[in-house]
Design a protein around this ligand. Structure first.
Ligand code: UD1
Length: 368
């Protein structure tokens, strides 16, 4: 079978890598790694390919930034041409970024089988661009690989026939387990002078937090207050960096004592920081999952999450800017649930996906 594996933006690379490594070299498939180019900065893209031992993509669509419509349309045009030139039998899309939806749409319209890895997640908030991407992608996909029971339930409630769904677990945990030794041996923590379990990692990039001056100002205020008692390290996403500059907040953040603002990091360096932290403050999706797996408290600056299992079983809690300081106090006082690892978050998700592809498309009994 000819399989296109679509990678586009930072959170995709960790989801594509374990699957690439499991499928690569299998006699029954021909793999084409497609990078849409949604993320293009060295430290938003290449650093991840290098860290995750991905080869350069077979095809780079070079799409870049733009409005949602433009970015989606550009990916569709470029990927449709790629399919016309060399038609795959299966398009595998991951996550919930604009390129995920765009390539799913192209595949579905060309009657190519579309599979979605990380299907069924729902925040219930349609103002999030990712929620629209999830809904459209899951409506179109022929094969839906889910990470958790709540995802299965959402798909069932939306009328997706059960035979299309296979619960495979969380692919992000595969990446972590693949890279674990290098992450543990990494020197990022030392390089930044951070002491084990005595600092927090911060990441922010959601439009609802960083695109308007009001919310971003409130967050900067709270972070500078927290830094007085707990050292913070904040790798700043390009979207956030631009807005901090535009709203005149950059100097306050950059000059705050005990708060290190740094460039976005590659996967290994970033996870080296997360693994040594006593807590994380984030609006990312993936970090909610990684901290649940690692048993590290996570404060998520959002009103909803599409990953509720990180709250019900894990170490995550949703907070507002105003709730940050008391929540940090609770964590530092040791009053935080330890949580447990959700079922099938075990590092073997890619193998289950490969087995499911064989079962569905080759009618060969899977070997897992
Ligand atoms: C995208 C995803 C989001 C994901 C995030 C992780 C969508 C709708 N959003 O958001 O789900 O959590 O990636 O990072 O797909 N930029 C650069 N260099 C880059 C990439 C982007 O400077 O390599 C700038 C662009 O100028 C752009 C802004 O950052 O204006 C946002 O990039 P974009 O890809 O549109 O969305 P993200 O906020 O990164």
């Amino acid at each position: 079978i000819r399989i296109d594996l679509i990678a586009a933006a930072r959170p995709n690379f960790m989801k594509v890598a374990p699957l690439f490594h499991v499928l690569h070299g299998q006699p029954w498939c021909r793999l084409r790694l497609v990078h849409t180019g949604q993320h293009y900065d060295q430290n938003m893209s290449e650093a991840f390919f290098r860290d995750l031992k991905l080869p350069p993509p077979d095809l780079h669509l070079g799409v870049g930034s733009g409005s949602h419509a433009k970015q989606t349309a550009d990916v569709m045009l470029a990927y449709e041409a790629a399919c016309a030139a060399d038609r795959p039998d299966l398009v595998v899309v991951v996550g919930d970024v604009n390129s995920t939806m765009a390539c799913a749409l192209v595949g579905a319209k060309l009657h190519i089988t579309v599979a979605h890895l990380e299907a069924g997640l729902r925040s219930g908030d349609r103002r999030m661009p990712e929620e629209i991407n999830r809904l459209v992608t899951d409506t179109l996909a022929d094969i839906l690989w889910t990470p958790s029971p709540d995802a299965d339930e959402h798909l069932a409630a939306e009328g997706v026939p059960p035979e299309k769904i296979t619960r495979v677990g969380n692919i992000m945990i595969d990446s972590y387990e693949l890279m674990r030794e290098r992450i543990d041996a990494g020197g990022e923590r030392r390089r930044l002078g951070l002491e084990n379990r005595a600092y927090a990692v911060v990441t922010l990039h959601r439009p609802s937090n960083v695109d308007a001056a009001g919310p971003l100002t409130a967050l900067v205020d709270q972070l500078t207050r927290i830094a007085v008692r707990l050292p913070l390290v904040f790798p700043v996403h390009p979207r956030t960096h631009k807005n901090l500059q535009a709203f005149g907040l950059w100097p306050k953040l950059a000059e705050a004592p005990n708060l290190q603002v740094i460039e976005p990091l590659g996967y290994v360096d970033f996870m080296n920081l997360v693994c040594g932290a006593c807590l994380t403050i984030t609006d990312s999706g993936g970090i909610q999952e990684e901290t649940t797996y690692l048993g590290i408290p996570c404060l998520t600056l959002r009103t909803t999450t599409e990953r509720p299992i990180t709250i019900t079983e894990g170490t995550n809690r949703l907070v507002t800017a105003a709730e940050l300081v008391p929540a940090v106090d609770e964590i530092l006082a040791g009053r935080w649930p330890h949580g447990r690892k959700p079922q099938l978050w075990d590092g073997h998700t890619a193998a289950r996906v490969a087995a499911d592809i064989r079962r569905r498309l080759l009618s060969v009994p899977p070997r897992v």
